[in-house]
Structure formats: C-alpha cells, structure tokens
Design a protein around this ligand. Sequence first.
Ligand code: GLV
Ligand code: MN
Ligand code: MN
Length: 443
Amino acid sequence: MNELDSSRLRDLRIDIGRLSGRLEALAQIGDTGDGGNCRLALTDEDRHGRDLVVGWMRDLGLEVTVDTVGNVVAVYPGHTDGPPVMTGSHIDTVRTGGRYDGNLGVLAGLEVIETLSAAGVRLPRPVAVGFFTDEEGSRFPPDMLGSLVFVGGMSIEAALDVTDSDGVSVGAELDRIGYRGAAPCPAPAPFAFVELHIEQGPVLEQEGVTIGAVTGVQGISWQEVTIDGQSNHAGTTPMSMRRDAGFAAARAAVAAREIAKDIGGFQVATVGVLDLHPDLVNVVAGRARLCLDMRNIHEQELQQAERLMATSLERIATAEGVGISVRSMARFEPVIFDLPVVDLIEDVARRLGHSTKRLPSGAGHDAQMLARVCPSGMIFVPSHRGLSHNPAEYTAPEDLAAGADVLLQTMIALACWEGDIPQVSPTGGAFNRSERGVGAPIA
Ligand code: GLV
Ligand code: MN
Ligand code: MN
C-alpha cells in the first residue's frame, strides 16, 4: 500500500447520523415504551430485529450466511480470500434491556463496512460483521450460547436441545423463526475479532475517559438452586414447625451477598431470580427456585466463592429442614485478551485524540468466546450512570461515534496486518490459546 492510500485510510471516519438512525430503527422492535427493549432470544421480536439487520447487510451487497445455531455473518471482501477480520456482538436483549447493549457492536460493525464501501476501499483481508444467537442467555442458558457453539465450545446438538423455562427448545425456535441455517459450526476461525460494546458499568464515566481498551472478561458462574420445604397454613403453623422454602431462599441470598463482601476485590454475587411456590400471601412456601450469578476476574477466588456458597447451602438445609439441590447453568473461566490487540486499540484511540483506560469487563461478551480461536479484544464506551440491563441505558452520541471510529481504524489496521499476530498475554509471556477460558463442560 502506498503512502497516499495509507493516509486516506487513516482519515476515514464513520457516519454517526447513519449509525444512530439504525440504532433508533432497531430499538423500535420490542420497544417497551420506557426507552428500553425486549427482544429475548429467538422470539418474534428477535426475528423481526434479525430481519431488519439482515436486510441492511444485503442492501450493502454483503454475502450473508446463517449457521446451524442461527448466528448471522456478513462478509465484505478483501483483496485476498483468507480469514476475515471480524467484529460483531448480539441483538437479543434481556427482558428489561436497553437499546445499546449488543446492538451497538453489531450496527457499528455494519457502519465500519458501509464506511469502507462508500469510500470504495478494499483492504488486504476481508472484513466481517456478525450477530450471535442468545448472547444474553436469560431465555436459554448459558449466556453467549451462539458464540460458544461458533468456536466449538459446545456441540450443536447440545445447543439445539437447550430449553427455556416453558420447555421450548432452541432448535424448535430456530425453525419457527426461520433462522436455522446451513453454515457449519464450529466455524472457521477469523484472523482476529474485535467487539465494540458499551461498558455497562460506571468506571469510564466516573473517570472522564472516552475509550476503554478491555484487558479481559471476568469468570462467570450461574447456578440454579431449588429448595424443597413444606407448604402449610401461614396462620396455624408454629414458627418452630416450619420448613419454609421462602425463608431458606432468603437466607441463601443473604449468604451470597456476605460471601461476595468477605472475598472483596472483584467478587460479585447476585440473586436475580426468585420464584416461590405456591406464591400466596397466606401460605408458607413449599418450594423455592433461585438463580445465583457469581463473577470474578480471578478464577481461584471464584472457586472459593462457589465452595463457600455450597457450604452455606448445606448449613441452611440442615437449619431449616429443607432439601436443596444445585444445577450449574453456566460456568466460564476468566478470559485474557491478546496484548497486541489491546495495545492496538489503545494506540488507535490515542491517535484519534481520545482518552483511554485499560480495564477488565464485568459483563460477559461474545468476544470472550472468540478469544479461544483467534486474537481478540474489545473497545468500551461510557455508560451513563453505569446503567445497563435497564431501559435507562444510555451512551452519548459523541461517545458512540468515538467508539465506532476506533473500531473502524482498529479493523483497518488488523486487515492490513502483515503476517500473524503474536500470541502474547498482558503479562508479556507466551500463552496457549486453546488452554484459556475453556471453563467447565456445559451439561
Ligand atoms: C451478559 O450480558 C451478561 O454478562 O450477563
Ligand atoms: Mn452485551
Ligand atoms: Mn447484556
């Protein structure tokens, strides 16, 4: 590439009006009326969102493929046919989702391609943008299900058999919405993967920083805890004779909070689901189901939290005379991103005049799965008041533009990268990609 071409590439910028317009249009689908979105994976709303984004991909003349778990990938050709530099994220949401989580990464990827295409630019490597099925995992656990299958971390058969709380399977829903495609999983590894995402936490905004260069993603443990007690009359059952599943569930939630506080540091613990049966004001609950989410960037501490929780549940079962069983819903070890990619993101952001900070991700992301098979990294932009998985989720347009421009320039650099990207961990040592972030097998 001559100097003129290089400087022309360095001057390319995305169109924030076009990107904001697409974010707005996608947010109309599954609009919850309070600024938020509900497009749970593989619902009709998800299908309509998919159709809209696939339509935009086709309008750009991209080759679009759908794989056997419904992941969608669109490719913009390069001068050579090798593995693409890939970006993307997800367009499914939690039930009370915002309009940026995931959507930004997908639509900014599309914007990168439209910017290249509008400028008539082809790069040495192809550039791809994708959206992965069921990143949120709140309907079909585990989270990042589509990208996990994409990289071969879960068999397609196991993924298609996963059911939601009504017993409906991923396979049936893919067929119903017309997104069970033919492209094989696992897919060929991209040359590199970079995902733009809102931070979903308070750090960048609090520190007045525009671009986060993400160093890795914390480990995650999801457990479903089922408590069996004795349903009985709330007025006549003496306190000493109760086997109250509701109270045992409350004790479990308190224990999770105390374990997180005692371990300290990055340890977090959340009980976000609590169902009581029969769920009536004048009946002692005979059964409770709660879902526990524990995360830490340090695997040893996450394991310690799991051990302490298991001991607490045993104590609660004995003290309250209830039966307690635990099922793992998701378990992923912490993931470290590739130092050359993290460095590149930081360099690009500085060159574009943005303040930067290196930080780990508290949320799970598709990039953590792609990191198993290719050099990977993430770009964060600030989340107003650190709010996410909430209709009030908001990122200012200038920050969206900054993040998308950093994505564009990072992808250009990767698509022009000569040779292979060296495997280097943030501590500077060599590392074995296949040994990281593998986590426990998913049942
Ligand atoms: C996915 O968004 C998660 O981190 O729960
Ligand atoms: Mn997300
Ligand atoms: Mn999310």
